[in-house]
Design a protein around this ligand. Sequence first.
Ligand code: EPU
Length: 432
Amino acid sequence: MLSLVIFTSMSKYIIQGGNRLQGSVNISGNKNAVLPCMAATILTAEEVTLTNVPKIRDVDVMLEILQVLGARVNREGETLKILTENILTTDLPTELTNKLRGSVLLAGALLARASKVSFSHPGGDVIGRRAIEQHIEGFENMGYQVNLADRSYSATKVQENHQDIDMFLELPTVTGTENIILCAVLRKGQTVIRNAAQEPHVVDLCNLLVQMGANIEGVGSNTLKINGVDSLHGTEFRIGSDPNEFGTYAVAAAVTGGQIELTNCLDLDVKPIIWALEKMGIKFEKTTEGYLVSVGHLKALSTNFPFTANFWPGFPTDLISVMIVLATQAEGVSLIRDFIYESRMFFVDKLISMGANITIADPHRVVIYGPTKLIGREQETPDIRAGMALVLAGLVAHGQSTILKAELIERGYPNVIQNLNSLGAQIRCEEP
Ligand code: EPU
């Protein structure tokens, strides 16, 4: 049965560092795939079943919003059944959409199902500007009029636009691409999206929609051709496994000098991650269930060219924070760059206070001199990924580390405490 736990309370993680991690972790469903797939369920009046759904707080909040919109929801373990026979409101509740960026995906889905929507600028991690003008431009191209006042948007269909549309995205925005897809699948005529995002989560969304009866060509490429259909139907779909969780636990094995088997991962989706980590001396041995990750001599990333987060199939920006922790334990100088977000790197002042030797070159580049010994401190995490990076730093550090606002980590990572303790870490969660 459904059980909702909306996070209003703060929690903290307390870690005693120094333990070598050993064991196995079963990688969960992809956070950034399950959210658009949940939004897609409201495109049909029939039931959609999603499996391999991760137990994360963002899913809890997305479910709350879906229920406000009129969905009936049943969640048992990792299976989620969503049935939205009628849409009760097209006003997205700000107090919930403030909590996660993925909620913006309901805008495209509501336009497709109910021809109108009103919503506030979505919340989520504060890692940069996080603009949505490309989503809005996409809606306008498809015949919707969008008004903006004080960070609140309202959009309605002003004309039936049955013409074929060919649009180009200035940058391959992930949720922007997904929002346009969600809005386009039920519109008459063809919608072409060029420079579309190609991340595994975009592919998952397209595959779900195709299973529901949508007609999408070019899935997995940067040119998507969506031929509108009259209606979509229910289906059952398995969410792909999370490359960010895979990369995070691989780095956990490396920084603690441990050995972890990671199971339930998708070879193609983890390829860019394995490529980068192998360069630093991390070993990946294929097993029947996944990969056995161990570490040799950790060496810095080359400074000839900055190691750069990029759009898929580049190295994911969401792993840059843990890569910085890894670089603090590697021998040599690493130059790491993330041009996608303006403030992703700012959390490194917390690593510096733990003893890391890091120079912030500019908002998009940091230079890390390693290896350094880290000392446990009390810190507050600013976002999901920085929070997990601080957990990894705490596992390596001498003494006790405390991470405040740890509930943010649980927005994107399931079973953190259980997983890490089962690997031999000493970590506990306290909720006041
Ligand atoms: N951008 C614009 N205009 C737009 C859209 C985006 O300027 O209209 C800019 C953003 O300001 C940002 C950059 O483009 O600087 C990338 O934004 P994008 O839209 O691609 O990111 P997103 O869709 O908001 C998703 C993930 C993020 C992940 C990024 C990049 C979800 C719910 N979120 O965000 O995940 O970092 O793609 O891969 O899918 C996380 O999981 O921790 C996380 C932040």
